[in-house]
Write a protein that binds this ligand. Structure first.
Ligand SMILES: NC(=O)C1=CN([C@@H]2O[C@H](COP(=O)(O)OP(=O)(O)OC[C@H]3O[C@@H](n4cnc5c(N)ncnc54)[C@H](OP(=O)(O)O)[C@@H]3O)[C@@H](O)[C@H]2O)[C@@H](O)CC1
Ligand SMILES: Nc1ncnc2c1ncn2[C@@H]1O[C@H](COP(=O)(O)OP(=O)(O)OP(=O)(O)O)[C@@H](O)[C@H]1O
Ligand SMILES: [Mg+2]
Length: 345
């Protein structure tokens, strides 16, 4: 496993994660390194004895005729982080478009069918996590189908990352995920304001983001919330982390999709590893920190190469090297896989 050399860092991170709110101090380089060590602990080793599927089968529910890029970015990011199979459940029109971007994705043209819920439900026993919302749009029929898919996924205890228009649906009907502790919400600034207003009844308190994220998480029954922004603030209602790792000044579309797809895989790995590997902290909090750090590292590396021309596609190309840099240790590379280099912040 990836941990053997990092016990000191893990202990110091436990201290960080166990502090009560507000956690304004959890931003130093040492704190972030300690949190990264917890992420490394949940990354499964690569091994010759494993079979296809064991590293993760992820489903993305989203895409519509207007937005085909977002579900593609999320689904391909899941694969590049390390999932073995990545499915996209989308509309009839969007499916061939998404498929044409990559032969690696399994694309189901079912989301606007009258039998959408049953069509997706058939696959649920084979999926380890769902990412709901990238590029979904706000068509009422699609949202109603996604509501059914969310209900069916909750019944099966599947971890669910909710992003973009999935958050629009939750804003309309917060009861859909109320108290479901295997859910992670990943709102951007605008999505967070809408949610806060709907759930807490207040406009956003921009002065204390920690408190706002904590309150939203608590009001939703300790669902994990990741508020993306200049710094990413993550809370499960009890603990909090902030990720301020250097990213880039480019704000091109699709970076949140990369984050949500990556988080689908990390959430599965972290829940599988359990709190003993995260030193008692919430696995989803640790997974969310990992996805934020990874997205920002991709942004930084892509920007170094492409500058102002950087797009989400350039960031996706950096997923492998960024992941290695942040999370791989020689101890984590099992089964004859070569070590991937030293870790640096
Ligand atoms: N290639 C594709 O297919 C992609 C498709 N995508 C898909 O698009 C769908 C809609 O998603 P969304 O994020 O554009 O919608 P929403 O949250 O309503 O924002 C709308 C407006 O809010 C503002 N605004 C946003 N952020 C802000 C901030 N930080 N701080 C301040 N203001 C901010 C800004 O307003 P403006 O500045 O233009 O007035 C923005 O225009 C969704 O399905 C998503 O997955 C994307 O994933 C990208 C790649
Ligand atoms: N001002 C910022 N400075 C640095 N990084 C940022 C800033 N704003 C967002 N990010 C980073 O960009 C990533 C995506 O966040 P963003 O707010 O752009 O999501 P989004 O609007 O949902 O993206 P998408 O276009 O995919 O829908 C996150 O990793 C976040 O940390
Ligand atoms: Mg988004």
């Amino acid at each position: 496993m990836a941990v053997s050399s990092g016990c000191g860092a893990v202990r110091s991170c436990l201290g960080v994660l166990n502090q009560a709110f507000p956690l304004h101090t959890a931003r130093s380089v040492a704190d972030m390194e300690a949190a990264l060590q917890l992420v490394r602990n949940v990354v499964p080793p690569l091994a010759a004895w494993k079979h296809k599927g064991q590293a993760g089968r992820i489903g993305v529910v989203g895409g519509c005729p207007e937005y085909t890029g977002a579900p593609y970015f999320a689904a391909i990011s899941a694969l590049k982080v390390g999932a073995d199979l990545s499915h996209v459940f989308t509309t009839q029109d969007a499916a061939p478009v998404i498929k044409s971007y990559s032969p690696e994705l399994i694309v189901h043209p079912v989301l606007d069918s009258p039998s959408a819920v049953q069509d997706v439900e058939k696959w649920l026993p084979r999926l380890h996590a769902l990412v709901v919302g990238p590029g979904l749009g706000r068509d009422d029929v699609l949202l109603e189908n996604v509501k059914g898919i969310l209900e069916a996924s909750k019944t099966r205890g599947i971890p669910i990352v909710i992003d973009a228009d999935g958050l629009w649906l939750v804003t309309q009907q917060p009861a859909l995920i109320q108290g479901y502790q295997k859910a992670v919400l990943t709102p951007n600034h605008v999505e967070f304001s809408r949610l806060a207003e709907a759930v807490l009844g207040d406009p956003l308190d921009g002065r204390d983001r920690y408190r706002s994220v904590q309150r939203l998480s608590q009001a939703l029954g300790n669902v994990t919330v990741v508020q993306k922004g200049e710094q990413d603030v993550i809370s499960d209602g009890g603990q909090a982390l902030t990720c301020s790792r250097q990213g880039s000044g480019r704000r091109c579309g699709g970076q949140g999709d990369l984050l949500s797809g990556s988080l689908g895989v990390l959430a599965h790995w972290a829940l599988l590893a359990g709190p003993e590997k995260t030193n008692g902290s919430s696995p989803l909090l640790v997974a969310a920190f990992g996805a934020c750090a990874l997205t920002r590292q991709c942004a930084r590396q892509a920007f170094q190469k492409h500058g102002r021309a950087t797009t989400a596609t350039d960031m996706i190309r950096e997923l492998g090297p960024a992941f290695s840099r942040l999370f791989e240790t020689s101890a984590g590379a099992d089964g004859g896989v070569a070590p991937t280099g030293e870790l640096r912040l």
